[in-house]
Design a protein. Structure first.
Length: 647
């Protein structure tokens, strides 16, 4: 009998004919499927941009992700009431307990911070991550067999993302997509994060390669080749190491725990590595100008070479090590409470910048490029234990599922998701993947699948009923995230407009934009931690309203007391007011943070001259690297020397 006829017979058998005198049987409620929602999420989120905000991707994607999670909870938990109870095995409870513990501890740590307002975004974003993990966890329990569809969708996502980066690198297409550094940055606005995003897509592509039909295996193979290509072009060392982590990790776990797949997996891994090596050789051979080859070689060398006499990649590595050392000093000084969520970039400059590239004031880091040190520095050792304890527990859950799966497919899926988290753990040593929304989604899917498989395989005697209070709490958290996303978008939009108006000398417009963008939730922008009050104080100064200018810059100092730019503007305001001693004090404070900041040295020298402190004026000019030879400062030295006592 054909499948079509069988289906018709089955459908006929399910039709209920009402019996005379009896009521018709109630139709079963329609089931709403969750996997299509996740497919839409992974497809749409990474293509969202905004040319109005200072960071082109974070605010708009944060809003979309918050809205997605909110609609998901409202639709499936409240409107459809499809999820009324959830399986909570002991290990899953432990994961959730550590997650809630970290949120609670972060709130405590926030109130001891220099700028506690910066903690709102960090804590809310972490709560959003936890809710997303639970969403995927529930989806896995209800629709485990449909997870392959999600992975297939990610295969197309991976191919598209890789092609964007490749075409971008060769200046063929997608070149107008906004980005922060050298191409390719793909859809991630940052080359390093483009590389790490590509690495995080590997587990899903490998699962399709393992499980799907022949046509899909070919598609997954093509996606894999494109991912290797784009990873190479990303020139991101942390992403290379992360990719190796999943290859080696999955191979070891399969060899140890999956006897039926050992030979096949070993052969596939060997073949894949050989093909990757050949592909890399062909790409490098086609590099006629040699720039890519040189860059890749430098970065490969820097993985093992750390002396200060090396090339630019080695220099960057040494710079990062110095920042790590300062971060460890922060942890040592505040081992319990930390600097407070979101306050690393505010506090780290207080530990000095001597010997670092940001001593010149042109650049200020907002990340230590190490998630482990970052979390410990902001929330203390207890916060780090809770935060990383959650991920370690998820790894334990994955190992439990690998040891006791319902079937071999589950085992391989758990192995790949665990290897994907190993990829994250590797990349987190040298980058900041947790800060991006698309990375958050990939990580949530991996962790949620692991917890969902464990919950499905370990049915407890009594499910936990999802009370309305819990659901409404999740809704409230997501609404706050949505509002916070809007506040961040609004802040950056008006900051960008204020900056443009300042460049055009439209100072009243600057003040209007600042007023429209001010928020009690968001205080610092992504550009070297600048507040809106920095813009308004400069505008008031230009409009000769010195009292208002001073009031605004003092608020900016309250938000970021370790910003040399703030002290430079404050000193300039005092200079315009003729209060040279206060101006000198402000410039000196700025130079403690960035001792080679040229504009601070120039302004300090001028104020020393106006204050008739001629020896200090000459000494300050002597510290300048370039401008000391200008006619202006040469004449200033000549004039100052007239007032020095004869030797």
């Amino acid at each position: 009998m054909s499948k079509k006829k069988k289906r018709k017979l089955q459908e006929a058998a399910t039709v209920v004919t009402p019996i005379a005198g009896k009521k018709k049987m109630a139709a079963a409620p329609a089931v709403a499927y969750m996997i299509p929602w996740l497919i839409v999420l992974v497809a749409v989120l990474p293509i969202l941009f905004s040319d109005k905000t200072m960071d082109p991707v974070i605010p708009v994607r944060y809003i979309f992700l918050s809205a997605f999670a909110l609609l998901f909870v409202l639709y499936f938990f409240i409107i459809k009431k499809q999820v009324t109870a959830i399986q909570f095995p002991l290990l899953n409870k432990a994961v959730l307990a550590t997650a809630i513990g970290f949120v609670a501890w972060s709130i405590v740590a926030m109130w001891g911070a220099i700028n506690y307002r910066e903690g709102y975004y960090e804590i809310a974003r972490y709560c959003l991550l936890i809710i997303l993990i639970i969403i995927v966890w529930i989806t896995t329990v209800q629709e485990e067999t449909a997870l392959l569809k999600l992975c297939k969708a990610i295969v197309f996502v991976a191919m598209f993302h890789a092609l964007v980066g490749i075409l971008q690198f060769y200046e063929i297409g997608f070149t107008k997509i906004p980005g922060a550094n050298a191409k390719p940055y793909g859809l991630m606005a940052n080359r390093n994060l483009f590389g790490s995003a590509q690495a995080l897509l590997l587990p899903f592509v490998l699962f399709v390669l393992y499980k799907a039909s022949r046509v899909w295996k070919w598609l997954a193979s093509a996606a894999l080749a494109l991912l290797v290509f784009s990873l190479l072009l990303s020139q991101t060392r942390s992403a290379w190491l992360a990719a190796m982590a999943i290859i080696i990790g999955s191979l070891l776990l399969v060899m140890i725990f999956s006897p039926t797949n050992r030979k096949k997996w070993l052969f596939a891994t060997t073949t894949g590595l050989a093909c990757s090596a050949l592909l890399i050789f062909l790409i490098m051979s086609g590099d006629s100008e040699g720039e890519l080859k040189q860059s890749v070689q430098q970065r490969a060398k820097s993985l093992v070479k750390t002396d200060s006499t090396g090339d630019e990649s080695v220099y960057n590595s040494n710079e990062r090590l110095k920042i790590w050392a300062k971060t460890m000093k922060m942890i040592k000084d505040k081992p319990i409470m930390g600097a407070g969520p979101g306050n690393w970039r505010i506090a780290v400059a207080g530990y000095g910048t001597e010997g670092l590239v940001w001593a010149k004031g042109e650049y200020a880091p907002d990340q230590p490029h190490n998630v482990y040190l970052h979390v410990a520095a902001e929330t203390g050792i207890p916060g780090a234990i809770l935060y990383f304890g959650m991920w370690l527990l998820i790894a334990v859950v994955a190992l439990y599922t690998i040891l006791k799966p319902a079937n071999e497919e589950q085992r391989i899926l758990a192995i790949l998701m665990l290897s994907g988290l190993a990829t994250l753990a590797t990349d987190a040593m040298f980058s900041f993947p947790m800060q991006r929304m698309e990375h958050t989604v990939y990580i949530s899917i991996m962790a949620g699948i692991i917890l969902g498989l464990h919950a499905k395989n370990n049915v407890v005697s009594k499910k936990i009923i999802l009370k309305k209070g819990w659901i409404y709490t999740a809704v409230a958290i997501l609404l706050f995230n949505l509002y916070l996303g809007y506040a961040k978008y609004n802040f950056e939009t008006h900051m960008s407009k204020a900056r443009q108006a300042e460049a055009n000398h439209q100072y009243q417009e600057v003040l209007d934009e600042v007023e429209a963008g001010k928020s009690n939730l968001i205080t610092l922008g992504p550009d070297v931690g600048t507040s809106l009050q920095v813009r308004s104080s400069e505008a008031y100064r230009q409009l000769k309203e010195m009292d208002k200018a001073l009031a605004e810059i003092k608020i900016a100092r309250q938000y970021h007391p370790n910003s040399s730019r703030v002290y430079n503007i404050m000193g300039t305001i005092y200079t315009d007011m003729g209060q040279f001693d206060k101006a000198i004090e402000a410039y000196q404070q700025g130079l403690k943070i960035t001792p080679q900041y040229p504009i601070l040295l120039k302004n300090l020298a001028v104020n020393y001259f106006d204050a008739k402190n001629f020896p200090a004026c000459i000494a300050t000019i002597g510290k300048m690297e370039k401008d000391a030879d200008s006619n202006y400062f040469k004449s200033m030295i000549v004039e100052a020397q007239k007032y020095l006592p004869a030797k």
